[in-house]
Design a protein around this ligand. Structure first.
Ligand SMILES: O=P(O)(O)OC[C@H]1O[C@H](O)[C@H](O)[C@@H](O)[C@@H]1O
Length: 514
């Protein structure tokens, strides 16, 4: 409990605070403008209505974690958390004070401010305070899969009471507020111990671990992976525990060590090398299984290499869906339905047809899966951007996806452990293709582009697609534009979709362009 004085401070609006698919992501230098961060937080409080909020937890996306299952004993530093950058703590303090001033009665902060995004979702859904209170939502501070640090990106997003990202109704309101905001409300003094405001620091991992119910839900692997869990290392402890079968390469720093934490073949190159790509005669036998996660642990990339093999995210979600009922007791013998984002390949749809399941196609963004899950219509879902999850929470979950894969591997090898050759990820994927057919697609990432160049590029893409259609090829193409204002990209897309209806018009625009 604490006493404090509330004061209102004049501010001027910024016109560029429109939240994208995953909240507000900008360069740190933009966030550093006076009042920029406070304006967004205040606009969020204004959009929610103070009486709606009681508890807020936070997540720092400052971890770039590559893990590999190996036979060696890990080198695991117990002091990792002491390296958390002070800037992030000061942002936490700003939110705490503004929350108090805006009428929030209690805040939950993960120990050291360190949670994964899936863990935040679990906390909102599962954590119950001593007086029976539950979280109304959470601020998450993370650059996610984007490069972080002083010269790179930072992000803030708000998740609602179902544990998932705020829906467009709320983010639109936040944006409207950011354009008209005149005051932010803060504290001039904060002393205790009287008054109606609590800050509880809690064990970052316990709610997630409880929810995952490892021993019951993942029985085939929990004994191998979760026996030696140490209980003091934030969310890392239950994912990268000190076990003889687990070896870690962990980088913790404000700027991801200068790296790009997107878990794909390009950016997880240390992992790819460690898994033996391109080596025919490795001195050391490569690990049997490796996985990469992004900065906030919601994206994943499982790798399995005996002969180098990579599973695309679209195949990955289809294979998990096809095998999950047999291999993961959490699903209690049935899936409620499955879903994928629009650019994700239709491999999942084929599985759904075979299993007589409903399949849904949703726009990009995890909030759309959340709606289906809240309605009890979806158990497993995924996006081609390395995000896969289930209805245990309302965020994608890199740890869950890796556990799902390990469960499948364990199941396929259960009668096979004494054999020379185990069933591999590659065997499972090839068997899947043989059963369900194979889907091909290409993903292109264009990063840090000017909007005008992107418009030009979109014209090229549309021309190419139309060309292929004309030749009666079946063609599926995904394009992703990062570091672009999501609202602008959406409008541009809508405009171009209209243009697609007429080849002549597209050609005219395209010709004007070059
Ligand atoms: O929450 P994040 O990991 O940052 O991902 C948020 C979104 O980022 C990009 O827009 C991807 O294309 C989406 O598929 C993803 O949902």
């Amino acid at each position: 409990m604490a006493t404090f004085k509330v004061s209102s401070v004049e501010t001027t609006p910024f016109d560029d605070q429109k939240p994208g698919t995953s909240g507000l992501r900008k360069k740190v230098k933009i966030f550093k403008q006076p009042k920029y961060f406070e304006n967004f937080v205040q606009s969020t409080f204004n959009a929610l209505g103070a009486d709606k909020i009681e508890i807020i937890s936070e997540s720092w996306g400052i971890l770039s974690v590559y893990t590999a299952l190996r036979r060696s004993v890990p080198g695991f530093s117990q002091n990792l958390l002491s390296q958390l950058p002070p800037t992030l703590f000061s942002l936490s303090a700003i939110i705490i004070k503004m929350a108090a001033a805006n009428g929030v009665s209690r805040i939950w902060v993960g120990q050291n401010g360190l949670l994964s995004t899936p863990a935040v979702s679990a906390v909102i859904r599962e954590r119950v305070g001593p007086d029976g209170s539950k979280a109304n939502g959470a601020f998450l501070l993370t650059a996610s899969h984007i490069p972080g640090g002083q010269r790179e990106d930072f992000g803030i997003k708000y998740n609602i009471e179902n544990g998932g990202p705020a829906p467009e109704g709320i983010t639109d309101k936040i944006f409207e507020n950011t354009k008209t905001i005149k005051d932010t409300i803060g504290l001039t003094s904060l002393t205790g111990p009287e008054g109606q405001f609590d800050v509880d620091v809690f064990d970052s991992a316990s709610d997630y671990v409880k929810l995952m119910n490892f021993e019951k839900s993942y029985p085939s692997i929990c004994l191998a992976m979760f026996t030696n869990v140490v209980t003091t290392l934030g969310f890392l402890k239950m994912t990268l525990m000190n076990h003889a079968c687990f070896s870690l390469l962990v980088f913790i720093s404000e700027d991801f060590g200068g790296g790009h934490p997107d878990p794909n073949l390009t950016y997880a190159k240390e992992l790819v090398a460690c898994m033996g790509l391109g080596k025919t005669n490795t001195e050391q036998e490569p690990p049997e299984f490796g996985a990469a996660a992004d900065g906030d642990a919601d994206r994943n990339m499982p790798l399995h290499i005996l002969i180098w093999f990579f599973v695309t995210p679209s195949d990955s979600v289809a294979i998990i869906a096809a095998n999950s009922v047999q291999t993961i007791p959490y699903f209690s013998g049935c899936l409620k339905g499955v879903a994928r984002s629009m650019p994700t390949s239709a491999a999942l749809d084929v599985v759904a047809t075979h299993l007589n399941l409903k399949v849904f196609e949703v726009p990009t963004g995890w909030k759309f899966f959340g709606n289906l899950m809240d309605a009890g219509m979806c158990s497993v879902c995924g996006e081609e951007s390395f995000g896969i999850g289930s209805d245990h929470i309302r965020e994608k979950d890199g740890i869950w996806a890796v556990l799902a894969w390990l469960s499948i591997l364990a199941y396929k090898n259960k009668d096979n452990l004494r054999e020379e050759k185990l069933v591999t990820v590659e065997d499972i994927v090839r068997q899947h293709w043989a059963t369900y057919g194979r889907h091909y697609y290409t993903r292109y990432d264009y990063e840090v582009c000017m909007t005008c160049n992107l418009s030009y590029l979109l014209f090229l893409v549309i021309r190419t697609v139309l060309y292929f259609w004309k030749l009666h090829f079946k063609f599926k193409l995904c394009c992703f534009f990062k570091n672009v204002d999501a609202g602008g990209a959406k409008e541009l897309m809508a405009h171009l979709v209209k243009l697609q209806s007429s080849l002549d018009v597209v050609n005219k625009h395209a010709n004007d362009c070059w």
